[in-house]
Design a binder for this molecule. Structure first.
Ligand code: C2O
Ligand code: CU
Ligand code: CU
Length: 547
């Protein structure tokens, strides 16, 4: 057993002891992991979290933090670097494969990777308490049990997830399976991942996150730089200085918005595509910005998948809402437009979003006006009419009556109190010393996220993008308070609630019910708002799956 390996085991033993002290079950998954490591894996990848420079705009290169992948075992197709892009590699695996991924932290501060959307044993999930220091290695090993779909990975250190993703750390984890392979979906160059983010560059072409740049220097206060216990958690004077005043503090809580849209790491992105069917895998990897996506000519969008893979059948939408961390798979036949067409994917105006004019320190892209996201030039190919497969997947209707609390959903109020985000009035607490949300392994529950008007800050309500680790859930109901219904009307036709989800947008005044099943893995998993600054400043809690 090498040194790093041993270090990880010690770390997990310490965590087990801490859990035991709280009367929580020991985590058997990690011990099991040790044995199967010897049995070999199908894919072995090293991911180095590094500082780097990339050319994003003309002129000076941009300092970024990124994942650099190295394939140690498995088909070459398992790892694809994105040339000229700060985004992490695309990992492509088949359902059922056993993967080992070593995270090597070459950053100036601690980090950990979370596999967003994947159903993995708790020590593999990237809970913030597993964050490793600079120079350390964390070994992940798990079997991919999820359906074919577009999952992703990103850092998850306590209080600093927003900054680390903003500096560039994020990658895709695409799973294929046999069911998907029987469909004649576009593949290869016609299967296009599109990662949408927003960034602000300073005069030197650098990303600025609040007042910090992605330079080589360690942040002054790596372990508490995030102030993850909420705005009042640290020394107020210190904090104000570090963040350069009130507007920084507001952005720190309300969310960081960029004034330029980047697709696959490129501002003003434009792509040339062939006039034939394509699959577009859209991921909103922005910190806080949500999008209302539509073709500029208002051709309907054909949705074939969401967070947890394919839908039962394709759906038509005039637009789709995409909140931070949500994914949507579109099927589009570019053959229906004439050669030479320039097609624009836009974000349309809506109400009730985060990017209110002026509020966020003058973002150039408010929610109240449309802006382009991606331009596509349609070339070659032939004009013909192709339909997507009309049956995509065996997808059962959700069975809410199977829930142990069908008549009494667990209620999660999304709250703001004393300038601290919370859930039911409580903010994140790494090891769950305050009452934990406890569920039983092997059961189903109904949860309801409530974004009630009274919880808004200074009379305003904000949307939240609620994400639950460790599983995929189904959305089984939405309702909205009367006074919010008019603004809700500007977004509601864009929800894709039909498939498996791991993240759901909860608009101001809205209540969203989800059905969750807790299978296979006991342990402590986070759930939180994926508007990253909300999560980093308190809107995150643990739930405990008890064996
Ligand atoms: Cu993608 Cu806990 O997050
Ligand atoms: Cu997640
Ligand atoms: Cu939020």
């Amino acid at each position: 057993m090498n040194h790093q390996r041993r270090r990880i085991l010690i770390r997990s033993a310490a965590t087990a002891a801490a859990l035991a002290a709280l009367g929580l079950p020991a985590l058997s998954a990690r011990a099991g992991n040790e044995e199967s490591a010897a049995a070999g894996v199908d894919v072995h990848i090293e991911l180095h979290a590094v500082q780097d420079k990339v050319a994003i705009r003309p002129g000076e290169q941009t300092q970024v933090w990124r994942y650099r992948g190295k394939l140690l075992r498995g088909d070459a197709s398992a790892l694809e670097a994105w040339a000229g892009n700060y985004l992490g590699p695309i990992i492509r695996v088949r359902r059922g494969q056993r993967v080992r991924i070593d995270l090597i932290n070459a950053l100036p501060e601690s980090t950990i990777i979370h596999w967003h959307g994947l159903h993995v044993p708790e020590p593999m999930d990237g809970h913030p308490r597993y964050a490793i220091a600079p120079g350390e290695r964390y070994v992940y090993e798990f079997t991919v049990v999820d359906r074919a779909g577009s999952y992703w990975f990103h850092p998850h250190p306590h209080g600093r997830t927003g900054k680390q993703i903003y500096f560039g750390l994020a990658g895709l984890f695409l799973v294929s399976d046999e069911e998907e392979a029987t469909l004649d979906l576009p593949t290869g160059p016609h299967d296009l991942p599109l990662v949408i983010q927003d960034r602000t560059f300073d005069g030197d072409n650098q990303f600025v996150y609040l007042s910090e740049r992605a330079t080589g220097a360690a942040s002054q206060n790596p372990e508490r730089g995030g102030m993850g216990h909420g705005m009042m958690g640290g020394d107020m004077g210190d904090m104000m200085g570090a963040m350069g005043g009130m507007s920084q503090m507001m952005a720190r809580m309300m969310g960081v918005l960029g004034d330029q849209i980047l697709v696959n790491g490129r501002p003003g992105a434009s792509l040339e595509v062939e006039r034939r069917p394509h699959r577009l895998r859209l991921l909103n990897a922005s910190n806080t910005r949500m999008y209302k996506l539509a073709w500029h000519d208002r051709s309907p969008l054909t949705v074939i998948g969401s967070d947890g893979g394919l839908l039962a059948a394709p759906l038509q939408r005039d637009y789709v809402m995409l909140a931070p961390a949500e994914r949507v798979d579109l099927w589009v036949d570019f053959g229906r437009w004439t050669a030479g067409t320039e097609l624009t994917l836009q974000s349309l105006a809506f109400e009730g979003g985060m990017a209110m004019g002026g509020m966020m320190g003058g973002t150039a892209l408010p929610d109240g006006a449309p802006f382009p996201v991606l331009k596509l030039r349609l070339e070659g190919g032939t004009r013909r009419s192709v339909m997507p497969p009309q049956r995509l997947s065996q997808l059962q209707q959700p069975q809410p009556r199977a829930a142990v609390n069908f008549n009494r959903p667990k209620v999660f109020n999304l709250t703001m109190g004393m300038m601290v985000w919370g859930i039911n009035g409580q903010s994140f607490d790494m090891l769950g010393a305050s009452p934990l949300e406890t569920v039983r392994l092997g059961t189903h529950e109904v949860w309801e996220f409530r974004n009630d008007a009274a919880t808004g800050m200074m009379g305003m309500s904000m949307p939240h993008s609620m994400h639950v680790h460790g599983l995929q859930f189904r959305v089984i109901g939405r309702s909205v308070a009367g006074e919010f219904s008019r603004q809700h009307d500007t977004v509601k036709a864009g929800f894709v609630d039909e498939g498996w989800k791991d993240t759901v947008l909860v608009m101001p005044g809205e209540r969203v019910r989800i059905l969750l099943g807790f299978a296979d893995y006991p342990g402590l998993f986070p759930y939180h708002c994926h508007m990253l600054e909300h999560g980093d400043t308190g809107m995150m809690r643990n739930y405990l799956v008890k064996a």
